[in-house]
Design a protein around this ligand. Structure first.
Ligand code: F6P
Length: 555
């Protein structure tokens, strides 16, 4: 009997991805494409640089240096149709429960819908809810920024410490770095995430408690690292200010869990909420972005949301063949599954984007680092590649050697801006020249004949040859401002959904983080137990626990 979806439409029986005819057509095509060099692809089409490029939401996306031709794109798009990508996109925007393993809707796109839009989910207009929270956030941020929100002793807040981890940290940290030049520099923002107490101690060591506000960010408000740091902050605050009433002036919370926030001792009036349909790694534009709004102000925050929304609308409406996140995601599938490239470097040529690769690591790897389909069957093909990166040009003097001449291919995303973010504009030209040079060098390389023609001694020729044919995307926007950042993040969010749809995985759960959490609780008790515990781990873990206890004087 065939199944039906939430709207009563027939769902075709799941077919293993690798046995789909569209997948197999791509495999046959890949056998040919693996023999073709980017030099040949460019030689065959004098306008490849314009034919394989696209504009959306202020971003120019150049994928001409990918090892694809028109046939590749046609076959990838057929695969996307066969995997019901359009339906998956529509289902997300409708608010269907596409996070099936947690039975939740996935509606980060509602966080940036304009006020006049309505989106009813389970009888509630979620857009109205979003704007109600945005208004409370804006009122709060205006008061703090204007010095009207006073600390317990009556002085204005000048330091803000965001305590959170994962999605409750990486987005806010990344956005704060990215938008530094739009920030109110009289407000000093810091971020604490690691359960290593040094993170907290270093963050507050030169702060005045009377002028410090803590934002405790946690979707669940049960995350061990965040609660440990929040309790440390509470003690630090009370030690200095000596009065429980100070907590209400120095702590606010961002969470979906009002009960736990209250239990911690934060007044719910100082809590900014969001909803279970916002995944942690998709939450930087929810109230989790409170620190971002404090730093750049409510008006700039709205520009950030507008940038997200512009990319959302493009993603929702553009045909798949002219859809930037769709092409970005499908090209990733091509590289991972058909060219066998297991590594994806994100290389922003913008110092302010220095935390962007770390942000994307969670977004991409926590979303698509999965091995089973929605139905719990093995995916049967590789899923998310290893995502990493550093800003250019620093990476060039470190790991680019491997990218150019190593034996493992790395797919690169270059990200750059046309306008300089500093007054040193000549250096900006140099920065972007470096970015373009890297893409060119990776694609075209340098042949032995070219090296020899330079008069290089024969013994050195192999060392100086660059094979080239190493694929990259280049993303270019006019300037790094809130709107461009919002659109860029939305691009990667949607590209992640595209890839998840092809692999038929739930991109919105994260069961893979659970086992470590459970074992940590048990080991933490064993490390600190007053009496020598009976250890029943493997012999390696047992020996390490004993050594640790001995050296800590606990044995
Ligand atoms: O452990 C992983 C995770 O659940 C992430 O998905 C999430 O962003 C992070 O922990 C923090 O969770 P919370 O915001 O609930 O503290």
């Amino acid at each position: 009997m065939s199944k039906t979806d939430q709207r009563g439409q027939r769902v075709p029986p799941a077919r293993a991805l690798a046995s789909r005819p569209q997948w197999q057509a791509l495999q046959r095509h890949a056998a040919t494409m693996r023999k073709r060099h980017l030099r040949d692809l460019f030689a065959a089409d004098a306008d490849r640089g314009t034919h394989f490029a696209l504009e959306a939401a202020g971003w120019h996306f150049d994928y001409a240096k990918q090892r694809v031709d028109a046939e590749t794109l046609k076959l990838l798009l057929r695969l996307a149709e066969a995997c019901a990508l359009r339906e998956r996109i529509a289902a997300m925007f409708r608010g269907d429960r596409i996070n099936t393993s947690e039975d939740r809707a996935v509606l980060h796109v509602a966080l940036r819908m304009p006020r006049k839009r309505r989106l009813i989910v389970d009888g509630v207009d979620v857009v109205a809810q979003v704007h109600a929270v945005l208004e409370r956030m804006a009122a709060f941020c205006d008061r703090v920024r204007a010095g009207a929100w006073r600390g317990h002793t009556g002085v204005a807040i000048r330091h803000v410490v965001n305590i959170g981890i994962g999605g409750s940290d990486l987005g806010p940290v990344m956005a704060h770095e990215a938008l530094r030049q739009h920030c109110d520099r009289s407000l000093d923002l810091r971020f604490v995430s690691n359960v290593d107490g040094s993170d907290f101690v270093e963050a507050v060591r030169d702060l005045d408690p009377a002028r410090t506000l803590f934002i405790v960010c946690s979707k669940t408000f049960t995350t061990q690292e965040t609660l440990a740091n929040a309790h440390a902050a509470r003690r630090w605050c009370l030690d200095a200010l000596g009065d429980e009433r100070a907590i209400a002036r120095h702590f606010v919370a961002v969470s979906t869990n009002r009960g736990e926030v209250e239990k911690f001792g934060i007044d719910p009036a100082n809590m900014f909420g969001f909803w279970d349909w916002v995944g942690g790694r998709y939450s930087m534009d929810s109230a989790i972005g409170l620190s971002t709004m404090l730093a750049i102000g409510p008006a700039r925050f709205r520009e950030l949301l507008a940038g997200f929304h512009a990319m959302d609308e493009h993603f929702r409406k553009a045909p798949l063949a002219r859809n930037l996140p769709v092409l970005h995601g499908l090209i990733g599938i091509w590289n991972t599954n058909f060219l066998g490239i297991a590594s994806h470097a994100v290389l922003p040529y913008a110092q302010y984007l220095k935390r962007f690769p770390a942000y994307l690591q969670q977004l991409l790897m926590e979303s698509n680092g999965k091995r089973v389909t929605h139905a719990g069957k093995p995916v049967g093909v590789d899923t998310c590649p290893i995502v990493w990166g550093e800003p250019g040009t620093n990476g060039q003097h470190s790991f680019y050697q491997l990218i150019h001449q190593g034996t493992r291919a790395v797919a690169c995303d270059f990200i750059g801006f046309c306008e300089s973010t500093s007054a040193l504009t000549a250096q900006h030209d140099l920065l972007i020249a470096n970015m373009l040079a890297q893409g060119e060098a990776l694609a075209f390389g340098k042949t032995a004949a070219q090296v020899r023609a330079e008069g290089v001694p024969a013994a050195l020729v192999p060392h100086k040859v660059f094979d080239g044919n190493r694929p990259s995307n280049t993303m270019l926007a006019r300037r790094l401002d809130p709107a461009a950042l919002g659109a860029l993040v939305a691009l990667y969010e949607h590209s992640t959904l595209v890839q998840g749809a092809i692999w038929d995985i739930d991109s919105f759960d994260q069961w893979g983080v659970e086992l470590g959490k459970v074992l940590t609780r048990r080991i933490a008790d064993e490390l600190s137990a007053a009496k020598t515990p009976r250890l029943t781990h493997d012999s390696s873990t047992n020996a390490l626990i004993r050594r640790y206890r001995r050296l800590r004087g606990n044995s």
